[in-house]
Design a protein around this ligand. Structure first.
Ligand SMILES: Cc1cc2nc3c(=O)[nH]c(=O)nc-3n(C[C@H](O)[C@H](O)[C@H](O)COP(=O)(O)O)c2cc1C
Length: 203
């Protein structure tokens, strides 16, 4: 029963070679995001996770804002390579921005003070599950995608993103996933021995 799911998670990869096109219509992308947000679990069923789809010129605008912030203080080769990477993300078809609504996290933490310290951790766990579900679904649709964290670094940048895209100030950025039709397959991936990473204990 699990074979189809396991095959699906095995094809998900980081693919940086993306184009300005998407063979998947926007309505389908939106339906995928809605299904993933609806069915991915959250601690205490708080449903704190949020996802925003930006495509076309809005995607370019997003990565221009990120570049302005991320390139500050960088010099030389580091600046050139970072700039090239960010320009390529803005040149993709679109991005999914992932957020966690802090208003929801704060409300549950106030309701159950015994777990106040855990709720932010569980919130990060929840957004990771959502990111994986979207990443895998997009890959199954034939898209190339990566997971980026430039948008999660500075409060000022997150505030700029919230204002530009009219998002609530309680939505904190957790990751951004640029995507598009792939221009090339993903790079080779190496694996550490699985025997060292999974144990079965029977007694
Ligand atoms: C929590 C997390 C954070 C990541 N952050 C970034 C990132 O900021 N930029 C990036 O290019 N890749 C990022 N990645 C992608 C990993 O580098 C990538 O998944 C890993 O090398 C395995 O390759 P694969 O995605 O092709 O399986 C992140 C992955 C995870 C799970």
């Amino acid at each position: 029963m699990s074979a189809a799911y396991l095959a699906a998670i095995a094809v998900r990869r980081s693919n940086y070679a993306i184009t300005r096109k998407s063979s998947v219509p926007d309505a389908k992308l939106e339906a995928i995001l809605k299904a993933c947000v609806l069915h991915c679990p959250t601690s205490f069923n708080t449903q704190s996770s949020r996802a925003v789809l930006v495509v076309g010129d809005a995607n370019t605008k997003l990565w221009n804002i990120i570049s302005e912030s991320a390139l500050k203080g960088l010099e030389g080769d580091h600046k050139t390579s970072t700039q090239a990477k960010l320009t390529a993300f803005g040149g993709g078809y679109g991005s999914v921005m992932f957020f966690e609504d802090q208003a929801v996290i704060d409300a549950i933490a106030a309701k159950i003070p015994a777990y106040t310290k855990q709720f932010p951790v569980w919130s990060q766990n929840a957004t990771g599950m959502l990111q994986h579900a979207v990443w895998t679904s997009f890959t199954l649709e034939g898209l190339g995608a990566t997971l980026q964290h430039n948008g999660a670094y500075s409060d000022e940048l997150v505030s700029d993103i919230q204002k530009t895209f009219s998002l609530p100030s309680t939505w904190t950025s957790t990751a951004i996933m640029p995507f598009g039709d792939p221009a090339a397959p993903p790079a080779e991936k190496s694996f550490s021995p699985i025997e060292d990473r999974v144990k079965v204990v029977k007694a």
